[in-house]
Each structure stands twice: as structure tokens, then as C-alpha cells.
Ligand binder design. Structure first.
Ligand code: ADP
Ligand code: 5GP
Length: 212
């Protein structure tokens, strides 16, 4: 089995309220070898969210300066607010051998796929649409208008599930966290995460004198 000295990059998307944050928190509790990227955003903190932990909360100008300086691996606008992945932490964690997870929306995910082709993309689905609606309003962190906007964004986002490598249904938190572990394990065997290894063996094979 190829030994990777570098970590792998994972992208997790799914409609707002599907349970991405909840499942990831459960999963990461047992996985010190996996790091979650802390995104930057211009949206306001929700109660209990702390700068540098949930997000880096930036002003619009500050965010745009970071984009211009090439500091974002990807970024997108969602509900008229910027969201983006600071590049430096992700690159150094992957170099150090950690698997890194980005929890980002679909436009950002497509940018990562283009710029980092070995990244493994996972889409989290609700068991059904009604459950999504119930979870989103049950969270109680958004007003009715924001919930409606997020549900219509969800319809658009669900259409992108086909562009991902894996689909994961968040039925129970425990089950979804376990399935995510299975996906990280399976990702070791994907062709796209083994390109460097395949190339190395090919190079040695091609250097072998051909027997006639
Ligand atoms: P996201 O990060 O995708 O926006 P959250 O993790 O904030 O979603 O979850 C939205 C709401 O759904 C929260 O109130 C959370 O407790 C609840 N939730 C998440 N996963 C489940 C699950 N498997 N079963 C029941 N409720 C869940
Ligand atoms: P929320 O406001 O609920 O925290 O996040 C709204 C949406 O933004 C979610 O779909 C979340 O996955 C996405 N998001 C969070 N961070 C990033 C990021 O760094 N980049 C992109 N493109 N989306 C993000």
C-alpha cells in the first residue's frame, strides 16, 4: 500500500441545516489526525461563535484584501456575505501529514476541485427535504426570511450533489460520523489520491531496460 507522507484534502458540502457542523464535531472528537479548516467570513457571529474558532470574522475590505493578496484557496458569496478558506493553514497541515477538511458551499467546492484535483468531495444529504426544513428551523439561529433564503439555496445546492465523489446521508449523527470515517478510509484507495505514487512506480518501470 502506498505510504503518503502528505495529508489529503477533503471538501464537505451540503445544504444549510443538514447537520454538517454537528456531524463534523462528532467525527473530529475521535480523530486528532484530522484538521478542520477555519474559514473566514464577513457574516456576523451567531451567539456562541468565537473569532478564530468557528470562523475568522472579517470586514468586507479586509476580506477583499486577503483575496487580492492570494490568501484564499477559494471563496464565494453566500447570502450576500463572503466566505473563504485561508490558504496558508491548509497547505501547511497537508504538508505535515494531516488530513484536512474544508466545510464549504458548492461554488467554493468547485473551485477547490479545479485548483486541487486530488481533493475528495463529499456531499451530505438529509434523509428527505422535510427533515432539512425541520432541522433548519429547529436550530433557531435564523429568522423566517433567512430560513426561506437558505431553503431555496438548498434546492440549488442539492442539484450539485452529482459533482461530488461521495454522498453521505445524515440520518443519525453517530451513523453519519461513522460513514465519514469510512469515506476517509476509502479515499486512500482512490486513483486521484494516488497519482504521485502511480507516477513514481511508472517512472521506475520505464527506466527498466526492455527485454527482447
Ligand atoms: P449545518 O452545519 O449543516 O448548517 P447544523 O450542524 O447546525 O447544520 O445542524 C442543524 C440542526 O440540525 C441543529 O439543530 C442540529 O442539532 C440538528 N441536527 C444535526 N444532525 C442531526 C441528526 N442527525 N438528527 C437530528 N438533528 C440533527
Ligand atoms: P453558515 O453561515 O451557516 O456558517 O455557512 C453558510 C454556508 O457557507 C455553508 O454552506 C457553509 O458550508 C459555507 N461556508 C463556510 N465556510 C466557507 C468557506 O470558507 N468557503 C465557502 N465557499 N463556503 C463556506
Amino acid at each position: 500500500m502506498p505510504v503518503n507522507s502528505q495529508g489529503r484534502l477533503f471538501v464537505i458540502s451540503g445544504p444549510s441545516g443538514v447537520g454538517k457542523g454537528t456531524v463534523l464535531a462528532r467525527f473530529l472528537k475521535d480523530r486528532p489526525d484530522v484538521r478542520l479548516s477555519v474559514s473566514a467570513t464577513t457574516r456576523s457571529p451567531r451567539p456562541g461563535e468565537r473569532n478564530g474558532e468557528s470562523y475568522f470574522f472579517l470586514g468586507r475590505e479586509e476580506f477583499e484584501d486577503k483575496i487580492s493578496a492570494g490568501g484564499m484557496l477559494e471563496y464565494a458569496q453566500y447570502n450576500n456575505e463572503y466566505y473563504g478558506t485561508p490558504r496558508a493553514a491548509v497547505e501547511s497541515w497537508v504538508r505535515e501529514g494531516y488530513d484536512v477538511i474544508l466545510e464549504i458551499e458548492v461554488q467554493g467546492a468547485m473551485q477547490v476541485r479545479a485548483r486541487w484535483p486530488e481533493a475528495v468531495l463529499v456531499f451530505i444529504m438529509p434523509p428527505d427535504f422535510e427533515t432539512l426544513r425541520a432541522r433548519l428551523s429547529g436550530r433557531g439561529t435564523e429568522d423566517e426570511q433567512t430560513i426561506r433564503k437558505r431553503l431555496s439555496a438548498a434546492v440549488r445546492e442539492l442539484k450539485s450533489a452529482g459533482d461530488y465523489d461521495f454522498v453521505l446521508v445524515n440520518d443519525t449523527v453517530e451513523g453519519a460520523a461513522q460513514a465519514l470515517g469510512g469515506i476517509l478510509e476509502s479515499a486512500k484507495y482512490l486513483v486521484k489520491t494516488n497519482q504521485t505514487f502511480i507516477m513514481e512506480v511508472m517512472k521506475d518501470a520505464e527506466a527498466e531496460p526492455v527485454a527482447n
